[in-house]
Design a protein around this ligand. Structure first.
Ligand code: NDP
Length: 328
C-alpha cells in the first residue's frame, strides 16, 4: 500500500520536503468499515489550510498519511451500506488503499466520466452552487465578481452567474487565465491580479459597482471588492487562499466593519457540507446545465500518487485551471 506521509508542519511555504513516500501495511476493514481502492485524489486549497490546525475538521496527524478526499472503489465491505464494486467519496488520504467507516462515505453513481465526481458533480460544483445561489442571492442584471476565478470553484461560480443573467467579472492570476475566462467560459471581463491594480481594473470592469462578491481568497482582493460593493450587496465567504500557504494573516481588509454598516452588506461564510442534504437539487441543475452546454467542465488530471505533493504545491502557486486531481 503506497502512501504519501505528511512528515512535519510547514513553517513557511509548503514544499516537497514536507512529504515522504512510504510503503504501509494493507489495511484490514473492521466491523462497519469498507476497504477502498483509491482511484482519484482531489487536490484542494483546503489541504494546505488543514495544516494550520483544527478547523471544520480535526487537526492533521503529522508523520501520518496526508488526509484528502477521493473517489474510490469498494474492494471489501463490512458495512451493510456498501458492496464490492460500489463507488464512494470519502477521506481516503493520499494512499492506494484505505479502510474507512461506511457511515463516513458517500455512495456515488457510476457516471461515464468518473473525474466529474470530483469536479462539477463533487465538492467543487456543490460549493459553487450553494455558496453562490444561497448566500450570493444573484439577481438578473446584477454584477458578480469571483476570485480564484479560473480554479475549480470559481470557474463554476462565474458560469452559474452567466446562467442567472448577471454581469460576471473574474479575478485570476495571469493574462492567459483571464483570456480563457472571457473567450471560453463567457465571463464579461477578467482582472489579472498579478499584472494590474485590482481596485482600478474592477472600477473599469464594474462601472455600476458590485452586487455579489464570491470570495475565494480574502486579503487585499477582498479589500478591493469591499470598497466597490453596492448598497445591499452580498459577500459569500468561501475561502481565503491568500492566507493559507505560510503567509502571516494580513492586517486588513480595511473597511470592516465601516463599509459593511454603511453599505448594508451581508457577508456570510459557509462550509459545503452544511448543504449536503440538499445536493439532489444541485446535481439536477448542474447536470442540466452541462447537458445544455451552458456549463463547461474544466479538469486538470495529474498522473501518479507519487506526484500528489507537487500537484498541491502547484495548485497553491496557481498552476491549475479548473479542478485539479491525481489519478492514482
Ligand atoms: P482552485 O482550483 O480554485 O485553485 C486555487 C487557485 O487559487 C489557484 O489556481 C490560484 O489561481 C489561486 N490563488 C492561489 N494563491 C492566491 C492568492 N494569494 N491570491 C489569489 N488567488 C490565489 O482551488 P479550490 O477549488 O480547492 O479552492 C478554491 C477556494 O474554495 C479556496 O479558498 C478553498 O478553501 C475554497 N473552498 C471552500 C469550500 C467550502 O465549503 N467553504 C469547499 C471547497 C473549496 P491564480 O492563478 O488565479 O492565482
Amino acid at each position: 500500500n503506497r502512501q504519501v506521509l505528511l512528515v512535519e508542519k510547514p513553517a513557511g511555504k509548503l514544499g516537497p520536503e514536507h512529504f515522504k513516500m512510504s510503503q504501509g501495511a494493507m489495511p484490514v476493514p473492521q466491523d462497519g468499515e469498507v476497504l477502498l481502492r483509491t482511484l482519484y485524489i482531489s487536490l484542494d486549497a483546503a489541504n494546505r489550510a488543514w495544516m494550520h490546525g483544527a478547523t471544520y475538521r480535526s487537526a492533521l496527524d503529522f508523520g501520518g498519511v496526508m488526509a484528502g478526499g477521493g473517489v474510490a472503489e469498494v474492494v471489501e465491505s463490512k458495512s451493510p451500506d456498501f458492496k464490492p464494486g460500489d463507488l464512494a467519496f470519502g477521506d481516503t488520504g493520499w494512499q492506494d488503499y484505505a479502510a474507512v467507516k461506511g457511515k463516513h462515505l458517500t455512495k456515488l453513481p457510476r457516471v461515464p466520466q468518473l473525474t466529474n465526481l470530483l469536479s462539477v458533480y463533487g465538492i467543487a460544483g456543490l460549493t459553487a452552487y450553494f455558496g453562490f445561489l444561497d448566500i450570493g442571492q444573484p439577481k438578473e442584471g446584477e454584477t458578480v465578481v469571483v476570485s480564484a476565478a479560473a480554479g475549480s470553484v470559481g470557474s463554476i461560480v462565474g458560469q452559474i452567474g452567466k446562467i442567472k443573467g448577471c454581469r460576471v467579472i473574474g479575478i485570476a492570476g495571469g493574462k492567459e487565465k483571464c483570456e480563457w475566462l472571457t473567450s471560453e467560459l463567457g465571463f464579461d471581463a477578467a482582472v489579472d491580479y498579478k499584472g494590474e491594480s485590482v481596485f482600478k481594473a474592477l472600477k473599469a470592469a464594474a462601472p455600476k459597482g458590485i452586487d455579489v462578491y464570491f470570495d475565494n481568497v480574502g486579503g487585499t482582493i477582498l479589500e478591493a471588492c469591499l470598497a466597490q460593493m453596492n448598497i445591499g450587496g452580498r459577500i459569500a465567504c468561501c475561502g481565503a487562499i491568500s492566507q493559507y500557504d505560510g503567509v502571516p494573516d494580513a492586517a486588513g481588509p480595511r473597511g470592516v466593519p465601516g463599509l459593511i454598516v454603511v453599505k448594508r452588506l451581508r457577508m456570510q461564510g459557509f462550509i459545503v457540507t452544511d448543504y449536503f442534504k440538499d445536493q439532489a437539487r444541485a446535481l439536477k441543475d448542474l447536470q442540466a446545465w452541462v447537458a445544455a452546454g451552458k456549463l463547461k467542465v474544466e479538469e486538470d488530471v495529474i498522473d501518479g500518487l507519487e506526484n500528489t505533493p507537487q500537484a498541491l504545491i502547484g495548485l497553491l502557486a496557481g498552476e491549475n485551471r479548473g479542478k485539479r486531481m491525481v489519478k492514482v
